[in-house]
Write a protein that binds this ligand. Structure first.
Ligand SMILES: *Cc1c(COP(=O)(O)O)cnc(C)c1O
Length: 461
């Protein structure tokens, strides 16, 4: 029995009215949203979402980069329900622990790079980066180098939305609100070749961008620098994948100076690149890895920091009380969801499948779009990709930002049944790791239709 259209429309109108009245949305222009009305999503299965009007959408963003195992996993529901019955909550302060968090810490240590065998649990990616800030500063205090406090990050990085997260991040729009960044955090240039190369080859540009780190360390003085933080590829910044020279040069610099390296794998962790962690994909040796998102596939919130033996030994042996933690650090229900999520990824060999099957298939299918007159570049690794929309393919010239071309394309995608996100005029995707060839074909077909609509729009302007 299906609901009548009128009933559905009334339901949506009621929900939108209540939303407008009572709900302040994150990262949203509330006034603009109230005019357009919210899109109300009601249910999901596999890689698909349905809104309250019954429209079906292929979710090429896996929620918000997080639903790695896809929607509708009954075994996660069961694991969570069982844990809620047995022990819905207990803390891990005051000499206490519980089986799900212990088992999860052990499991993550087994998947992480070899030199990383400890986990500090948090409730989100932002809290993970707050934890990093406090842990690296405490580490240097304990090493007898209390001046090593400054953290070097990058322009247009995303490290979350708490005060420390937004400060570590390099988003100017975020810094403008709330008087950020806080002191002790500085930003160097990002390795965004397509937008900022100024005629340099990718290799030369990658080296130059990496050498900004060395220049900044020398400017501040090695004795004042605690750590460098970076995403393996920038996610929210627009799926920016550094040129192949970038990470080797960063590695050379990190080896030369005694500073810690924080790798923010909140998006890249848990299979997104075709390895468990992008540290393995790019052959990096971080001291700390931030995790969240794909850790539970978003079924319940959870984050954490994977800590190297070098840092863990100091924090565990020499710190006394590390005066930091969250009520929900290692929450048993979230830990149960994470364990089942990881079990699914292992059982279905999703990491291997991304590496050998779906990533090559998706990336080559997307390359067809590079021929489109609007598309300046298609880039991607694993199961993330970006499509740059430009006015001039040869010079990489953008459209006037008033034209909001990316936003138009995003709406056109929705119209054709596809959720793609826009970052300015960069279209980005990060689908569930379970996506099939047929679903990838459907994704590319809908994206093509949306690009055609967008091309009509820019030509009519
Ligand atoms: C999403 C994200 C965060 C913040 O995670 P929250 O769970 O939203 O706090 C941090 N770093 C990166 C790279 C992210 O993509």
């Amino acid at each position: 029995m299906s609901t009548s259209l009128l009933t559905q429309q009334q339901q949506l109108a009621d929900l939108q009215a209540a939303d407008k009245q009572h709900f302040i949305h994150p990262f949203t222009d509330s006034k603009g949203l109230a005019e357009k009305g919210t899109r109300v999503i009601e249910r999901a299965q596999g890689v698909y979402l349905w809104d309250v009007m019954g429209h079906k959408l292929l979710d090429a963003m896996a929620g918000l980069w997080c639903v790695n195992v896809g929607y509708g996993r009954q075994s996660i529901v069961d694991a969570v329900a069982k844990q809620m019955q047995q022990l819905p909550f207990y803390n891990s302060f005051f000499q206490c622990s519980h089986p799900p968090a212990i088992e999860l810490a052990q499991k993550i240590a087994s998947l992480a790079p070899q030199h990383m065998n400890n986990v500090f649990f948090t409730g989100s990616g932002s809290e993970s980066n707050d934890t990093n800030l406090r842990m690296v500063r405490r580490y240097w205090d304990l090493k007898g180098k209390p001046n090593k406090k400054t953290i070097i990050s990058r322009v247009n990085a995303y490290h979350g939305s708490t005060v420390a997260g937004a400060s570590l991040g390099g988003m100017s729009g975020m810094h403008e609100q709330g008087d950020l960044p806080i002191p002790g955090i500085v930003h160097i240039a990002q390795p965004y070749w397509y937008a900022e190369s100024k005629g340099l080859s990718p290799d030369a540009f990658g080296l130059q961008a990496a050498q900004a780190l060395e220049a900044k360390i020398l400017e501040l003085g090695e004795d004042n620098v605690a750590a460098f933080i970076a995403e393996p590829f920038q996610g929210a910044g627009g799926v920016i994948i550094p040129p192949s020279t970038y990470w080797p040069e960063i590695k050379r610099i990190l080896a030369k100076y005694d500073i810690l390296f924080i790798l923010d794998e909140v998006i890249s962790g848990f299979g997104r690149t075709g390895k468990w962690f992008a540290a393995q994909y790019f052959d990096l040796q971080p001291d700390l890895i931030s995790i969240a998102k794909g850790m539970t596939s978003g079924y319940v919130p959870m984050g954490g920091v994977i800590v190297s033996d070098k840092v863990a030994n100091v924090i565990k042996q020499e710190c006394g009380e590390f005066t930091h933690g969250f009520t929900y650090s290692g929450h048993p229900v979230a830990a149960a969801a994470a364990l089942e999520n990881i079990r699914i990824i292992e059982q279905e060999k999703l990491v291997e499948r991304v590496a050998t099957d779906t990533s090559p298939y998706l990336q080559s299918a997307l390359q067809q779009l590079a021929e489109h007159p609007l598309v300046g570049e298609v880039r991607g690794i694993g199961l993330v990709a970006a499509i740059e929309l430009v006015k001039d393919k040869a010079t990489h010239q953008r459209f006037d930002s008033n034209m909001a071309v990316g936003m138009f394309c995003r709406d056109a995608c929705i119209h054709h049944g596809l959720v793609m996100r826009s970052v300015g005029d960069t279209m980005i995707i990060s689908p569930p790791l379970t996506i099939s060839h047929a679903e990838i074909d459907a994704l590319v077909a809908m994206a093509t239709q949306a690009l055609n609509d967008t091309y009509q729009y820019v030509q009519a302007k």
